[in-house]
Design a protein around this ligand. Structure first.
Ligand code: SF4
Length: 476
């Protein structure tokens, strides 16, 4: 997905920029970059972070990076921030985006005699493409409007100029921007936990489609008003976001806890000995379940955090399985002879969960019940770019529906039939869950519903994107 961070300060900004950017490391695994302006003088560093953490890679660059304004990004895809010198002046840009019509927009730029300079990964850099769409405008607002109108997918961005930062949130607000304040200094970020230890307090969430300029001289100035429609990604609360962060003022850990509590309160037909998370993504839910069902929370599986602290993703599938296995260690003393509820955020392919569950039985669990915090995933995400993004075909839920119906979703399976699978009170829904349960190999399997997700977040369904569960969205 990627995450960004920026500082506008009356003091040299590099220390805050360094730590604030580092706090977005859970959102990207490929490239990271920092850019500052010291008057008109630009400084920029980009490193590969596939085999190393952000901090050791950038520590050596800090002395040379001067200035009171800067942006940083942890990217799951391309090298960023991109530096541009244009009729709009010098600027650096970092994006959290997914562009589904790259070819069309590339052609648009080339037809207008623009050129791409960064082909470092063998293809056009999407952030450079966004920069060129912006420079087609007579000013930044018109340029950003180009992006909002033309990009199919989503795009949220920070633009660093010599005097401040322009923050522009995707027109449906799928990905967030939050602003923190410390006196006359500002931090602007994807995630609010990133500036807490730097002494900033949240002062404002940027709205969908809103564009603001932040300077120490004038504070926060609105350049384009927010749209009414909001489709913020619900999966940020369920999985992507760091637990202590807030989106739209709603804390991710609280939402995960609520999802577990709702599930636990309903699970009255079970008498398990304890509830355990699949670490780390199931921890918040398991804590909520423990209180909702009034049973102990214990850790039957532990993640080896000293060396598996981040989402390292090898390229090959077999290496990925090996990593998934190596980082989790079962505890025989906790599991042996016990009936256990295990909580996890979601089921994608089902293979990893099946391997984890087998380990639990192998280490003595008498019965294993798996509880999933969100509804079954039926549609691949077309709005966010994650290095671990799944295609439709990889989603076990989708494959099961297609097998049961003998057709294809989006093809021969009619919409009414598909809607029946989205409704948790239908036979179709129950049949599908049963097939997945057998595939995963557990005693029972239950998912939270979309209503649970909305209740746990505390927002109306019309305000959150739930496309990967039910195929609903405002389109692109
Ligand atoms: S489709 Fe799913 S992951 Fe993608 S933005 Fe919507 S809720 Fe988030």
């Amino acid at each position: 997905m990627s995450g960004f961070f920026g500082i506008v300060s009356e003091q040299p900004c590099i220390t805050d920029l360094f730590y604030g950017t580092d706090y977005h490391s859970h959102l990207g695994t490929k490239r990271a970059g920092l850019a500052t302006f010291d008057g008109p003088q630009a400084h920029q560093n980009i490193h590969n972070i596939e085999n190393s953490h952000f901090r050791p890679k950038f520590m050596k660059d800090l002395d040379e990076m001067k200035g009171r304004v800067g942006i940083g990004v942890i990217s799951d895809t391309e090298a960023q921030p991109v530096m541009v010198n244009s009729h709009l002046g010098r600027f650096a840009i970092a994006t959290v985006s997914r562009i589904n019509n790259m070819a069309e927009l590339e052609k648009d730029c080339l037809d207008k005699h623009q050129q791409f300079t960064d082909l470092s990964r063998g293809a056009t850099n999407p952030t450079e493409l966004i920069a060129l769409q912006i420079t087609q405008g007579k000013d930044f607002v018109e340029g950003i409007e180009n992006v909002y109108n033309r990009v199919k997918g989503s795009c949220t961005m920070l633009i660093l100029t010599p005097d401040g930062i322009i923050a522009a949130r995707d027109r449906y607000g799928r990905t967030p921007i939050v602003i923190g304040r410390r006196g006359n200094d500002y931090a602007v970020a994807s995630e609010s936990h990133s500036y807490v230890n730097l002494g900033y307090e949240t002062c404002r969430f940027v709205g969908p489609g809103e564009v603001v300029k932040i300077t120490t001289e004038h504070g926060i100035e609105v350049m384009r008003s927010a749209e009414k429609k909001l489709q913020v990604c619900s999966f940020l609360w369920i999985y992507y976001g760091y637990p202590c962060t807030e989106y739209e003022g709603i804390n991710a850990e609280e939402v995960r806890y609520n999802l577990g509590r709702l599930m636990g309160e309903r699970d009255t037909d079970l008498n398990p000995d304890f509830v355990s998370p699949i670490p780390d993504s199931g921890i918040g839910m398991a804590l909520g379940y423990s209180n909702g069902r009034r049973i102990p929370y214990k850790r039957g599986l532990l993640k080896y955090t000293p060396t598996w602290s981040r989402s390292f993703m090898p390229v090959s599938q077999s290496d990925r399985f090996l990593v998934a296995k190596m980082k989790l260690i079962p505890s025989r003393a906790v599991l042996s002879g016990k009936e256990v509820v295990f909580c996890d955020d979601s089921i994608v392919r089902g293979t990893q969960l099946r391997d984890n569950v087998k380990m639990l039985y192998d280490y003595g669990a008498k019965a294993v019940h798996v509880r999933i915090s969100c509804p079954p995933l039926v549609h691949g995400c077309t709005f966010l770019n994650f290095s671990t993004s799944k295609t439709d075909r990889e989603l076990i839920t989708r494959r099961v529906i297609e097998e049961l119906e003998g057709g294809t979703i989006g093809g021969t399976i009619p919409m009414e039939k598909l809607n029946a699978y989205h409704n948790a009170s239908t036979q179709e829904y129950a049949r599908r869950v049963e097939v997945i349960r057998r595939h995963v190999g557990v005693d029972t399997l239950r998912f939270n519903t979309l209503d649970d997700v909305c209740e746990a977040i505390g927002m109306d369904k019309s305000q959150i994107c739930t496309h990967c569960f039910d195929g609903s969205s405002y389109g692109d």
